[in-house]
Ligand binder design. Structure first.
Ligand code: S3P
Length: 159
C-alpha cells in the first residue's frame, strides 16, 4: 500500500487520486469509508457522537482498508493519533505530505465541513501532529506552494 498521511489541507485526497491513476491502483479515502459506514458525514458523527466515537470508527476503517487489496490510501488527518493505527502503518509505504500552518489556512481556512478547523489550539495541534506523522512516515514531501501533480511526481520518484 501507499498510505498518505498529513494535516487537513495537505492534499491527501487529491494527490492520492493522482497517484492511484498513475499506478493503476484503486484509491481509498478512509474518511469516505467512515462516512459510508456511519451513513452520514464525518462532521455529523463528531457533532452527535463525539470525537472518540469517530476515532473508534476511523481506527476500524483504517485497519480494514490496510488489510485489504493493494491500493493508494489517504488517511484522515487525525487517524495516526491511535497507537494501534501507527502499529499497522509500519508494514506499509507511508508518505507524509507536509503542509505549513499558514498554507493550511490559505487552502481550507473557510471550510465549514471540517470540525477541527474551528477549534482553538489549531496551531498547536498542527505542530504536535507533524511529529507524529514524521514518526510513521517512510518519506516526507513538502507541499507548500506546489501543485498536486508536482507532489505526486515527487512521491513517485522517491518512493
Ligand atoms: C480530521 C481530519 C479530517 C477528518 C475529520 C478529522 C482531523 O480528514 O478525518 O474531520 O482530526 O485532522 P482530512 O485530513 O482528510 O481533512
Amino acid at each position: 500500500m501507499i498510505v498518505l498521511v498529513g494535516f487537513m489541507g495537505a492534499g491527501k485526497t487529491t494527490v492520492g487520486q493522482l497517484l492511484a491513476e498513475r499506478l493503476q491502483l484503486p484509491f481509498t479515502d478512509t474518511d469516505a469509508v467512515c462516512e459510508q459506514r456511519a451513513g452520514r458525514p464525518v462532521g455529523d458523527v463528531f457533532a452527535t457522537e463525539g470525537e472518540e466515537a469517530f476515532r473508534d470508527l476511523e481506527q476500524r476503517a483504517v485497519a480494514d482498508v490496510l488489510a485489504g487489496p493493494e491500493a493508494v490510501v489517504a488517511l484522515g488527518g487525525g487517524a495516526c493519533g491511535r497507537p494501534a493505527t501507527r502499529e499497522v502503518l509500519a508494514a506499509h509505504t507511508v508518505v507524509h505530505l507536509r503542509v505549513g500552518f499558514e498554507e493550511v489556512l490559505r487552502r481550507i481556512g473557510g471550510d465549514p465541513l471540517r470540525p477541527l478547523l474551528h477549534r482553538p489550539g489549531l496551531r498547536e495541534l498542527h505542530a504536535g501532529r507533524a511529529a507524529v506523522y514524521e514518526s510513521v512516515a517512510s518519506l516526507t514531501v513538502d507541499v507548500d506552494g506546489r501543485s498536486p501533480e508536482e507532489v505526486a511526481d515527487e512521491v513517485l520518484a522517491r518512493r
